[in-house]
Structure formats: C-alpha cells, structure tokens
Ligand binder design. Structure first.
Ligand code: ATP
Ligand code: MG
Length: 403
C-alpha cells in the first residue's frame, strides 16, 4: 500500500550530473545510493529517481524529516532541495495542497506568483493555464496578496510529474559538486589544523572517495590531539560519507631525522616521509592521488621549492585544493562546513614537535636527497606502515551542521 500521497517529501535537483551524457546513469545510481545511505538513520524512506530528480519520500510518520532534509542538503551532486507536498494530478488537488501546505507562507507574503513545470505533457492544461488558474484562486483565497511576476515574496511552484503533482516553495541550495565515488579514491593527509579538513571537503565535493591518514608522535603528541583529528573526521562524514582514518606512528621517523639530518631540513624531510607513507596507504586501498591542505607561501614548507621537494618523494599526484586560497577564505569554508571550532582547539601536531628555528625555504631536490641519504628510508617507511592502525568513522547524520 502506498500511503505517501499526502506526506511532505523532498525533491532533489541534480547539478552537473545532468550534463554528463552517457555517464548520467552511473552518476544517478551513485547519487541514489549515497542519498539512501545518508537518510537511513532518519527512518524508512523511499528514494528513487525520475526525470533528473531524486525523490525522497518518508514511508512512516516517525521519520525524522528535519534530519533527513539536512542530510540531503549535504550530499554532493545535489544542487537544490525542495520540501514538497505531493497531491493528485488535478487542478483542484493542486490548489488545495497549495492552500494548506503553503498557507502560512501565503499569509505572511505580500506578493506572490505561481510557476508550473509540466513534465507530464498529458496533463490537460498548459503550464501557463494552470499557473493562471491556481494563481487566480489563491488570490481570491488570500485577498491581501498582490501578484508580482518579477520579484514576488513567495513563488508557489507546481510540478506535474509522472506519478503525482507536487507543490512547493522555492528550493534551498544543496551541496553542489559531484557524487562521492565518481571522482575516484584519494588519500587525504588530515592534521588537526584548519586547512586539511577544508581540502578534504573540497576534494570530496568533486566526487572523491577519501581515505584519511593522520600521523601521530607519541609521547610528544597526546591522545587528546589524536581524538581531535578523529572528531574532525567525524564532522566531515556528513559530506564525505563514512571514513577510515589510518593512524601512523611518526615518532621514530622524526627522531631518526633529528639524529641524522641538519636541523634546517627537518620539516622538508618529514614531509617527504609523510607523502611516501600516504602513497603506500594509497596503493593498499586503491587510491590514485594524495590530498593536502597546503597553501602557497603559508609556511616555510609551502614555498614552490619546498613543494617540489615534497613531490619528489612520490609518484602519485598531490592535490592541493587550497593552494591559491588566503587563510581567511579557508577559514570561511571551515566555518561553513563545521570544522573550524574543533580545528582551533589547542593541541600540538606532530609537525610542531620538531620545528627547525631556521627552515630552508628554497631547498633544491638534490640537496635534500643527499641529506636524506643518511637515513634508511625504506625501512622507516615499512616500520611505520607495520605499526599503523585504523579507525572507522561511521556516518551519523547531518543534524550537527547547519547553513
Ligand atoms: P593544517 O591547517 O591542515 O594543519 P598547516 O597550515 O598547519 O595545515 P602544515 O602543518 O605544514 O600546514 O601541514 C601541511 C599539510 O600536511 C596539512 O594540510 C596536512 O594535509 C598535512 N599534515 C600536516 N601534519 C599532518 C599530520 N600530523 N597528519 C597528517 N597530515 C598532516
Ligand atoms: Mg598543521
């Protein structure tokens, strides 16, 4: 039995996905399974797609609609989400739905218009005819309203679709981007800072499935510092879906670098080790790129020469989505996605444990390779890999984050 006819539901409008021609089917399939997974915690929903729209229908009264709505707005690939009331495909039913479902909004607005989209061309009225009829009737029922076709306070949308008609107020923005999984898998280096959660979010937005790597340096770094990073990963899951965080012990490597290399090269060599280990994780999980939160010129290890030295250690591409962004722009995104307040908690990162007083800002690849030759690189990488562990962070729900 289908008892969803008179229950508020969501219409998810697809973004770039619709432009992808032959890939469209697989884009929609990915998106559908991502949406299904995200609303699962909020009750039983029927999720299906028709005509470039994903329908999310609650199947029982106990469904958490607010939670599901927030979750849908955080699914990449969705450009807008409309909360809508389905009704029978007749002009009278559409009018009745508009009056009750949008009654409050109509009472509060000063001006309005009706806009109809008719995906079902068998419907006996044209879009314009239906808009005019519903608009006229609403005008009679709410006489304080004026009709304004250019910039009304409220637009009443009517969609005549395959199985039903839908009435809704303007849709709200979705997360945009591409469905997770369509952009391949990448390993993201997640620190406790502001930048790497943002860079992770940005690559997830382009459809990357992420696998996180975090380097820990006990006893120099604390359990609290590690938990902060796990919390950041948890905060990212409404965007990224569930995450695995690989925790890689880095203390021995750092001590070996300190013992064997001149101080001015500490950070550079440390970063080369981070990339090598991340690349090994990538090989293990089938990822094809690394992601960091580096921004040009932000610190000594982020000059062009230093970036070249870092890249020299690996063959996978290193994606740096915040490379051209100012700190203020990165902070803005961190606030929007909900990671900022956690990022600024004051815990030490492994990078700050052994910071050289005068780091090399214009190193050459050759000199760094030479300095590094004092270390048994392969053995240190293998040891760190062998001692690493991982934590799976489940996707919970989207309610934690607003805006
Ligand atoms: P963030 O704000 O992301 O910490 P940052 O400006 O502090 O970045 P660095 O500390 O030099 O810059 O780190 C640059 C990048 O290296 C980070 O964005 C992150 O991708 C990676 N990184 C740094 N420390 C770690 C760590 N402990 N574990 C995993 N990745 C790290
Ligand atoms: Mg940092």
């Amino acid at each position: 039995m289908n008892d969803t006819a008179a229950r508020e539901m969501f219409l998810l409008k697809l973004g770039e996905v619709v432009l992808k021609g032959l890939n469209r089917r697989s884009f929609e399939d990915k998106l559908l399974s991502n949406v299904r997974r995200r609303v699962r915690n909020c009750g039983k929903f029927n999720v299906y797609s028709r005509q470039s729209t994903i329908y999310v229908e609650p199947l029982e009264a106990e469904c958490d609609l607010e939670g599901a709505y927030a979750a849908c707005r955080q699914v990449f690939g969705v450009i807008a989400v409309a909360r809508a009331m389905p009704c029978e495909k007749s002009k009278e039913a559409v009018l009745a739905a508009a009056k009750t479902y949008l009654g409050d909004a109509l009472r509060q607005a000063k001006s309005f218009k009706v806009e109809t989209k008719r995906a079902d061309k068998r419907f006996p009225m044209t879009s314009i005819q239906l808009s005019q009829w519903v608009g006229g009737e609403l005008h009679d029922a709410f006489p304080h309203l004026s009709v304004d076709v250019h910039s009304p306070d409220l637009t009443v949308y009517v969609e005549i679709r395959e199985n039903a008609a839908y009435v809704h107020a303007p849709a709200e923005s979705g997360a945009g981007g591409l469905p997770i999984g369509m952009g391949g898998t990448a390993v993201s280096l997640l620190s406790g800072g502001i930048d790497s959660p943002v860079s992770s979010y940005m690559m997830a937005k382009r459809g990357c499935q992420l696998e996180m790597v975090h380097f820990i340096s006990p006893p120099y770094t604390s359990d609290a510092a590690r938990d902060k990073v796990l919390e950041l990963a948890r905060l990212l899951t409404p965007w990224t879906g569930r995450l695995v965080v690989h925790l890689v012990p880095f203390t021995h490597i750092q001590e070996e670098i300190r013992r064997g290399c001149p101080e001015e090269y500490f950070t550079l060599i440390m970063r080369r080790f981070m990339m090598r280990i991340a690349q090994q994780v990538a090989r293990r999980v089938g990822a094809h790129a690394l992601v960091t939160g580096e921004s040009l010129g932000q610190v000594a290890s982020q000059t062009m020469q230093a970036l070249a030295v870092t890249e020299d250690a690996v063959s996978l591409p290193i994606l740096r989505p915040v490379i051209g962004m100012d700190k203020e722009e990165i902070v803005q995104i961190a606030r929007k996605i909900g990671t900022f307040d956690t990022s600024i908690l004051p815990y030490e990162d492994c990078c700050t444990v052994f910071t050289p007083r005068h780091p090399r800002t214009r190193p050459t690849v050759e000199e760094v390779r030479e300095v590094e030759a004092a270390l048994d690189v392969d053995a240190l990488v293998a040891e760190a890999m062998a001692e690493s562990s991982w934590v799976r962070i489940k996707y919970e729900d989207g309610r934690r984050i607003t805006g």
